[in-house]
Design a protein around this ligand. Structure first.
Ligand code: IPM
Ligand code: MG
Length: 359
């Protein structure tokens, strides 16, 4: 039995419900593949502001640092959204967590599920077979650049975009490495026709390209990339881009598959890796047992693959998820017409049982 320490950070909204289903999946995979998981729960986001007045408390950080992986739900609470004067915001917890754990890379795979293609806002023939990986820089750029704030009289506001060559190089290297392992195509997305930081990105990526001869590198402006993702999603294999562009493009990319609610992500870097669904805290559904747990369960699959290098356990979780979708055992957001939707916990139980049964 291999002991694995997992920090469980449910966060806000539907976070606790969906993370509980992912824990069931991890338990089932652990039993089957010889792991002994040890879970430590910790608060983050609005839940942490309510509990201790800090959206990423030191105690939570310590729990994450001592763990082998972090399983995270979602952050965000409408109580803060329309209150620009809130002193602390839940999202600050997420940013602090990324920065303090050194999570400089956010990996968001975009894949389609054959039976859900009709739900895509795009024509099924356009999106069918789309399969790409967005590598988003996560600890630099506009999100963290200083100065940031307001002029004394409050009528001017500013954010600063800062990137060092070292920051660009480490994220682009990851992009090249994943491209080399996949279909050998890397799209570097920037706005080098306008921004100085983008020109440094392009220059840095160009100088790295020679080290990865098996990878075909292309450069694309972000506005063009936004268009291409909906016009020709199969064009892409690996996209690497800076923090803010990545935030926007990954929301766009996640809906074209018709399955927002199904897409997982991994954030990796210098400390403990973190696994979370791409979607948010969906506060309207909190406590109703209706939210789709699949993205979080697939994040647990990524956890086995990335944190424990166990492709087999990851694949077992994915197969169980595929079975639930194929057999129409799903929550209401993706339920087929005429089929009774299942609750969050029912879907979680179904998937855990299939993992245990060796699906
Ligand atoms: C995401 C989210 C966050 C981000 C928010 C909640 C701060 O949109 O993870 O994509 O902008 O990074
Ligand atoms: Mg986002």
């Amino acid at each position: 039995m291999k002991k694995i320490k997992i920090a469980v950070l449910p966060g806000d909204g539907i976070g606790p419900e969906i993370v509980a289903q992912a824990v069931k999946a991890v338990d089932a995979a652990a039993a089957r593949f010889g792991y002994e998981p040890q879970y430590t729960h910790a608060v983050v986001g609005a839940a942490a502001i309510d509990a201790v007045g800090d959206p990423y408390p030191e105690a939570t950080h310590k729990t994450c640092m001592e763990a082998d992986a972090v399983l995270f739900g979602a952050i965000g609470d409408p109580r803060f959204d329309n209150n620009p004067n809130a002193r602390v915001r839940p999202e600050q917890g997420l940013l602090a967590m990324r920065k303090k754990l050194g999570l400089f890379a956010n990996l968001r795979p975009v894949t389609t599920f054959a039976t859900l293609l009709h739900r895509s806002p795009l024509r099924a023939d356009l999106v069918e077979g789309a399969d790409f990986l967005c590598v988003r820089e996560l600890t630099g750029g506009l999100y963290f650049g200083r100065p940031q704030g307001r002029s004394e009289d409050g009528t001017t506001a500013y954010d600063t975009c800062v990137y060092t060559r070292a920051e660009i190089e480490r994220i682009c290297r990851l992009g090249f490495e994943y491209a080399a392992k996949r279909r050998g195509k890397l799209t570097v997305v920037d706005k080098a026709n306008v921004l100085a930081t983008s020109r440094l990105w392009r220059e840095t990526a160009q100088s790295l390209a020679a080290e990865y001869p098996s990878v075909e590198t292309e450069f694309m402006f972000v506005d063009n990339a936004a268009m291409k993702i909906i016009q020709q999603p199969r064009h892409f294999d690996v996209i690497v881009t800076e923090n803010m562009f990545g935030d926007i493009l990954t929301d766009e990319a996640s809906v074209i598959t018709g399955s927002l609610g199904l897409l997982p992500s991994a954030s990796i870097g210098t400390g403990t890796s973190l696994f979370e669904p791409i979607h948010g805290s969906y506060p309207q559904a909190a406590g109703k047992n209706i939210a789709n747990p699949v993205a979080t369960i697939l994040s647990a699959a990524m956890m086995f693959e990335y944190a424990f290098s166990d492709m087999e356990a990851g694949a077992a979780i994915r197969r169980a998820v595929d079975a639930s979708i194929r057999e129409n055992f799903t929550t209401e957001d993706i339920a087929a017409e005429g089929v009774t939707p299942r609750s969050t916990t029912e879907v979680g139980d179904f998937i855990a049982q299939r993992i245990a049964a060796g699906e």
